[in-house]
Design a protein around this ligand. Structure first.
Ligand code: PGA
Length: 241
């Protein structure tokens, strides 16, 4: 794993945006894997600024998001569909036909997972996957103990993830307990991976991800085996390395 450390989240976002810009310059039809959560928000702001300044043409990219909550419709303000349109897609003028998220309201969730997985393969696979990391080491919603060989699947969220997500909902019982997520295997097959983490709360899990054993209890530790994975961290998240 290559590790890049910057002073603060803003500098981290600028490096991430530059890496994505370079990728899209090399390959305008890039298939980009995207993440939600707080961490990538400054990155998405930076991409919108680059687009507005005419410095990055993302009109030909295709995107696949990591995950979506089960039970939330795309127009629900806590759905990841809604998040992505608000934070990025409107701002970069992307064609709605080229952005993809799994549907959390599909009648047959297993069939939806299969459809999503096949769609990624049909697009030629993911060139560059952006990841955040949960406090428990999850990537996407692949929680501790989930098998590394999973493809897109329905995941049960752990108590730690439910508590971490609680801040976005009015009450705890509104926090979804399940999500559709790309599996570890889906993520691992991306040609490049860029995991971003900021803040002191992530320092412990980042140290385990980089220096710990490669075990399903720390899902992100599998990235030690990836030939082209980068960790982009602020100083605080890198403090225990
Ligand atoms: P965060 O979430 O960016 O809001 O910390 C990351 C994650 O849970 O994957």
């Amino acid at each position: 794993m290559q590790i890049i450390v910057r002073d603060n989240p803003q500098q981290v976002a600028e490096v991430a945006a530059a890496l994505i810009r370079a990728q899209v310059l090399r390959k305008p039809e890039t298939v980009l894997g995207l993440a939600t959560g707080s961490t990538p928000v400054p990155l998405y702001d930076a991409l919108v600024r680059l687009h507005s300044a005419g410095e990055a043409d993302m009109s030909r990219i295709t995107t696949y998001n990591l995950d979506e909550y089960v039970g939330l419709a795309p127009d629900h303000d806590q759905s990841y569909h809604y998040f992505m349109w608000e934070k990025l897609f409107y701002g970069i003028g992307v064609d709605p036909g080229q952005v993809h998220l799994p549907s959390g309201i599909a009648e047959d969730l297993d069939a939806e997972c299969l459809r999503y997985e096949e769609s990624i393969q049909a697009a030629g696979g993911i060139d560059l996957q952006v990841l955040g990391i949960g406090l428990n080491g999850h990537i996407g919603f692949n929680e501790p103990g989930d098998t590394f060989s999973n493809r897109t699947c329905v995941a049960e969220l752990t108590e730690s993830t439910i508590q971490a997500n609680r801040r976005f909902f009015d009450s705890e019982d509104q926090v979804p307990r399940r999500a559709l997520t790309m599996g570890i295997r889906t993520i691992f097959q991306s040609r490049e991976i860029l995991l971003i983490a900021c803040g002191a709360a992530k320092a412990g899990i980042i140290a385990q991800t980089v220096h710990g054993p490669i075990i399903s209890q720390v899902p992100a530790s599998v990235l030690q085996l990836h030939p082209n994975a980068r960790l982009l961290l602020d100083k605080e998240a890198a403090a225990e390395l």
